[in-house]
Ligand binder design. Structure first.
Ligand SMILES: [Zn+2]
Length: 281
């Protein structure tokens, strides 16, 4: 009787479609259970689930204690293998406290997670651990201790009922907190369209400044947005220096409160600027 039912199911085309759908759905369920894909850019698919915890870990290690930056992607290699670990503990295991930067993946494996699958030689070679790039040409755009990180690079979030992935950093602080140039650059745009410090969801970046930084013949375009009205201390064409104050924090444009939206673009791709910041500068 059972065999007959199976034969009927597999014999009919609808039966076959249903069976294949069940298989596909199960595969997808197993896949999502083990977490999403980790991209080389630092974006972790499905990261909304961890966003609140990760933001608090970031603030613990960047704005309250200035230890250094570890992207979520790096934490996920370990967390997805053992979710009994805490993100903060993994973060601390990945920090080189002396250099205030990320430790090489291999070193973290040897010290803490040697039995993990992700620490096998072949796995280490297969994954592009590009966040280890020791190139840190910039200083921070704010004094970290003045701010709270309210959104990280690659964060999946819902703002005003709209889903987006935030390929930039948000640093919240009281209105008129100083914003600094992250290096020696040239001011390309100073757009101050709002004269009052208020949210205008139809005005994108609100008041903003764009500065270009040429580092080893590569141009980094950097946007500092939602700035306080009339706070610009620079003009188009002006050469600015590292740590020079360029404006102050506001909440103009498509914003939810006083904060700096800080975006770094290299060859038309929004990259993770915090990977390029030297925490010792
Ligand atoms: Zn932002």
């Amino acid at each position: 009787m059972k065999k007959k039912i199976i034969k009927i199911i597999l014999g009919s085309s609808t039966g076959l479609i249903i069976v294949s759908l069940i298989i596909i759905v199960s595969i997808l369920m197993v896949y999502s259970f083990f977490g999403g894909e980790i991209f080389d850019s630092g974006y972790v698919e499905g990261n909304m689930e961890y966003a609140e915890v990760y933001r608090s870990v970031l603030n613990n290690n960047i704005t309250r204690n200035i230890n250094g930056y570890i992207p979520l992607s790096r934490l996920m290699y370990f967390y997805l293998e053992d979710d009994n670990l805490s993100l903060n503990e993994i973060y601390e295991n990945n920090i080189d406290y002396e250099l205030k930067t990320i430790k090489p993946f291999k070193e973290v494996c040897l010290e803490h997670y040697n039995s993990f699958y992700t620490c096998q030689e072949t796995e280490i070679l297969k994954n592009n651990h590009s966040d280890e790039y020791p190139f840190k040409p910039f200083n921070a755009p704010v004094k970290f201790e003045d701010t709270i990180i309210t959104s990280y690079y690659g964060e999946e979030r819902i703002v005003y009922d709209r889903f987006n992935i935030h390929y930039a950093w948000d640093f919240a602080a009281p209105a008129e907190t100083p914003v600094y140039s992250i290096g020696d650059g040239i001011v390309k745009k100073v757009m101050f369209s709002q004269s009052t410090n208020k949210i205008d969801i139809n005005n994108g970046f609100g008041n903003y400044i764009r500065i270009e930084y040429n580092v080893d013949d590569r141009i980094y375009e950097v946007i500092y947005a939602h700035l306080y009205p009339y706070s610009s201390k620079v003009q188009v064409g002006e050469i600015v220096k590292s740590w020079q104050e360029i404006a102050t924090i506001g909440t103009t444009g498509y914003s939810t409160g006083n904060h700096l939206h800080w975006e770094v673009i290299l060859e038309n791709i929004k990259i993770d600027g915090l990977n390029l910041v030297d925490f010792n500068l």
